[in-house]
Ligand binder design. Sequence first.
Ligand SMILES: NC(=O)c1ccc[n+]([C@@H]2O[C@H](COP(=O)([O-])OP(=O)(O)OC[C@H]3O[C@@H](n4cnc5c(N)ncnc54)[C@H](O)[C@@H]3O)[C@@H](O)[C@H]2O)c1
Length: 415
Amino acid sequence: MITKKKICVIGLGYIGLPTAVMFASKGCNVSGVDINSEVVNLINSGTPHIDEPGLILELNNQINSGNLKAFDRPIESDVYIIAVPTPIGSDFKADLSYVDKAVESITPLIKLGNLIILESTSPVGTTLRIRDALAKKRPDLKILIEDNSNADINIAYCPERVLPGRIMEELSLNDRIVGGITNACSKKAKELYKIFVDGEIHITDSKTAELAKLTENSYRDINIAFANEISMICDDLKINVTELIRLSNKHPRVKILEPGVGVGGHCIAIDPWFIVESDPTRAKIIKLAREVNHNKTEWVYKKILNEINNIKPKVLRIGIMGLAFKPNVADLRESPAMEIALKLALNTDVTIILSEPNINKIPTEFAGLNIYLDNRENAFEDADIIVALVRHKEFFSMIKRYEYKNILDFCGLLM
Ligand SMILES: NC(=O)c1ccc[n+]([C@@H]2O[C@H](COP(=O)([O-])OP(=O)(O)OC[C@H]3O[C@@H](n4cnc5c(N)ncnc54)[C@H](O)[C@@H]3O)[C@@H](O)[C@H]2O)c1
């Protein structure tokens, strides 16, 4: 058993913090590390900086039990888990600088028998890049050994596939893939995750595990792109897309997803680009799907703009329903609805009333603009146009009250 091992989790965001808490809840001695000192202080005071059901309670339990403590630099441990951001740059190429810095920060601490795990979603080859970086900086350790039989340390890629909003449940319930740089590394990683994972743990090599994670998110992106493309075709042909998809899904082997205003968040809108970067000639559908989903946001914005300009007398106020990147979460990261609201606020003179039931403060991006957050449903009574951008559960009953109004429904609330 390795449940009492010392584990250091680097990067305490949506993935790192719940993971650190899970290991701590099983009795491990966990150091959480973040370069953001505000995050470190909040966590040590038992206050998560992210909104995730069940997290605050378990975080408090683990801080109070002494099993989890946050630091601003890595602490010598038996296991290091890297869960830092892997964004894309303006060239749509992976920015691995956070991973590189995280690896640098643990390099001097690594000792015989350590297990190093990358959890950040990464382009194929990143785990081997970590192996090479460590081999270069720590020639005293035996790392570059093909069958790993006598290697001094173990390195593996172990991606996460949790759904924001259900992270605490899915961390233990979901099946996981672990891909070591050798089979021995995979076995060590599997043994570690067995501490809290109830789902099956599937072993493979690091490159397959890296591509599996990217493939899963590209699969989602392509299927959403299909729904989004159909929605725009329906608009051209004056067909109700919600009705069309409902009927098409009566086919026993058809399951079309819901169209929306684009794809946001930190995963699906980014990860497919890592495949495109690795194999630009082959990754045609993957790239096209990214473009369709990206362009859908601009298409929605232009539709709203047209409506504002075409309606007479002049449109003075519009009500926007939903800002989050997907239904029933507070997460605004890379949200297409945010992008649309911001563009409307910057490029029109209408007053924008926002309804986003999952937040209670207007995002700082809107400071100084003619846009305000109003949770009172009757705010929409004054709006000349209501624009439905996100399918939050609270909106279904709410929109019924305004059916007599001019509603632009981009997320299927009206069916
Ligand atoms: N959020 C998800 O649902 C999800 C799901 C699966 C995979 N992922 C992947 O997991 C990784 C982390 O994502 P996230 O959503 O947790 O990110 P996040 O932005 O919520 O958190 C990352 C944290 O890492 C910290 N950090 C950055 N560099 C650091 C360093 N060198 N040392 C210590 N801390 C550092 C940041 O301050 C931040 O608090 C990404 O690669 C992401 O693609 C995310």
